[in-house]
Design a protein around this ligand. Structure first.
Ligand SMILES: C[S@@+](CC[C@H](N)C(=O)[O-])C[C@H]1O[C@@H](n2cnc3c(N)ncnc32)[C@H](O)[C@@H]1O
Length: 264
């Protein structure tokens, strides 16, 4: 259980939790939904294309749905999840009733709506197909390695918002390989944004190498950590020394691209 009353999952082998112990709902809203500027874009009536890397158990998408359901914009979500068992565990977690009464307003309902969408999107004849949850919110699900899905999308397909939420580089470095981060950043549209909990210098420099502006995450209930990145928009600046160090590292990454992929 996280501190804002929302339950989460832990990986059965390395034990890492899917969310900040300070609050799954707070993390979803403050790090990802705000970091990708969804409130502003959806209020303006934009059509926002959102990609999530690592979708189960579904809190980030629930928080995005919470925001979208009262606003005029369209939110079209591409959800990537490699572990069907994590989707199952998320559904099971949500059906337990004891946490609901103490959870933040809207969180249980929105998680339920997202799980309904994921369940429908998961039916074999729907995998990868759009499923409409409301007239302004649709979702498609791919159950596969994110790197494979991203590489297989139409060449011109881009996203206005990317929630990058695999387990951390320390326990799952393969999910943060320079090759994947290069392909992923190439999918970030002009003015598009990417959010992630990690402050890994390897990840940040790979985002810089992909042409994104990279900064700290904004305020999150007094917690620190996280990265916001953008192709052209403002992000809270890193300190100058750190930025210069990451820039040098990103230049080395760019230079080594022709020589094969390194490690983060
Ligand atoms: C930190 S949890 C995600 C939490 C989720 N975003 C939420 O809001 O509830 C990480 C999830 O990402 C999935 N995942 C990790 N690496 C992945 C990859 N390379 N491709 C697809 N899914 C991945 C894991 O199976 C796990 O379910």
């Amino acid at each position: 259980m996280t501190a804002d009353g929302c339950p989460t999952l832990c990986h059965p082998e390395h034990g890492q939790s899917c969310h900040d112990s300070g609050g799954a709902w707070a993390e979803a809203q403050q790090l990802h939904v705000s970091g990708c500027d969804l409130p502003h874009r959806l209020l303006r009536g934009d059509h926002v294309r959102l990609l999530e890397v690592g979708a189960a158990p579904g809190w980030n998408l629930a928080a995005a749905y919470f925001m979208a359901r009262g606003l005029p914009g369209q939110l079209h979500v591409t959800a990537l999840e490699r572990a069907p068992e994590a989707l199952d565990a998320g559904l099971e977690m949500a059906t337990a009733s004891e946490w609901r009464a103490a959870a933040p307003f809207g969180a249980p309902d929105c998680l339920e709506a997202i799980h309904g969408g994921l369940r429908a999107a998961r039916a074999s004849d729907h995998l990868g197909q759009w499923v409409e949850i409301t007239p302004n919110f649709r979702l498609r699900l791919f159950i596969a390695e994110a790197s494979e899905v991203v590489a297989a999308l139409d060449v011109d397909e881009q996203f206005d918002a990317v929630f990058l939420d695999a387990f951390s580089p320390s326990v799952d470095p393969a999910s943060w390989s320079p090759a994947f981060l290069r392909d992923l950043t190439a999918r970030v549209a002009p003015e598009g944004r990417l959010t992630t909990f990690t402050v890994s210098q390897g990840v940040r420099s790979a985002l810089l190498a992909g042409g994104l502006e990279v900064g700290c995450a904004g305020a999150r209930s007094g917690r620190s950590g996280g990265t916001w990145a953008s192709r052209g928009g403002w992000v809270p600046p890193l300190n100058k020394r750190l930025h210069a160090k990451l820039k040098r590292r990103s230049e080395r990454q760019q230079a080594s691209r022709g020589l094969g992929e390194g490690c983060l």
